[in-house]
Design a protein around this ligand. Structure first.
Ligand code: SF4
Ligand code: SF4
Length: 220
């Protein structure tokens, strides 16, 4: 039961800031923002902040805005790239970049890359990294892929009821701790990288950024 943005939208972007799964997008020149019906988790945060009441749950949408259901879905059919997950070679390159950065900073970490569904593609544990960091890195990456946002953004919301119920449904793999970032191709999520082993989440995040930097200027 996704939420829908109607033509009442004035394009101010307020809803984008609060969406926990980053499923609200637009393109330059488009008349409004749109919600991806395949990703929306029905949390109603966008509806609450919209200053012009442009957002409705699909089953509650007024008849005069009924066409917006298809308009939102069509936007993503058109703009979501038909791309596959990160290749193993690219995932391994990212993991090596995360390791290189960690080594320079005197840390031993595990880095994990997953596909858009949270399935593992590659995991690399540096010499000296604790065994448990492998599971933690994977769980962080899984969480970033599932929620489409860096896991650090989920930390302040970890006690929210909607997030806790989702955590239960993800069978213990959900880990709202900083250190994982989704890998995007335009508005399409193609995977996520997670890192664990540094003494602070901020350092794990920097390892992720080092890994993502190798994608800049390259195809995934
Ligand atoms: S209902 Fe929640 S998940 Fe869906 S678009 Fe709005 S903020 Fe995002
Ligand atoms: S908050 Fe409302 S007006 Fe602003 S971009 Fe979102 S739907 Fe449009």
């Amino acid at each position: 039961m996704p939420y829908i943005i109607t033509s009442l939208c004035t394009n101010d972007g307020a809803c984008v800031e609060v969406c926990p799964v980053a499923c609200i997008h637009t393109t330059p020149g488009a008349p409004q923002f749109y919600i991806d019906p395949e990703v929306c988790i029905d949390c109603e945060q966008c509806e609450i902040v919209c200053p012009v009441d442009a957002i409705f749950k699909d089953i509650d949408i007024p008849a005069e805005h009924g066409a917006s259901i298809e308009v939102n879905a069509a936007f993503f059919r058109k703009n979501k790239a038909a791309v596959g997950p990160v290749s193993f070679d690219k995932a391994w390159e990212m993991i090596s970049a995360a390791h290189d950065y960690a080594q320079i900073m005197g840390m031993a970490v595990t880095a994990a890359v997953v596909d858009e569904a949270g399935g593992p593609i590659a995991v690399g544990r540096m010499n000296g990294a604790e065994a448990r960091t492998a599971e933690l890195a994977f769980n962080k990456a899984y969480t970033a892929a599932a929620f489409h946002v860096p896991t650090a953004e989920l930390v302040p919301q970890a006690r929210q009821p909607w997030l806790r119920s989702l955590a239960i449904s993800h069978r213990g793999r959900f880990l709202p701790a900083g250190g994982a970032i989704p890998i995007l191709d335009g508005v399409t999520i193609v995977g996520a990288i997670g890192v664990s082993g540094a003494s602070r989440p901020e350092q794990d995040i920097l390892c992720c950024r080092a890994a993502l930097a190798i994608l800049e200027g390259h195809g995934h």
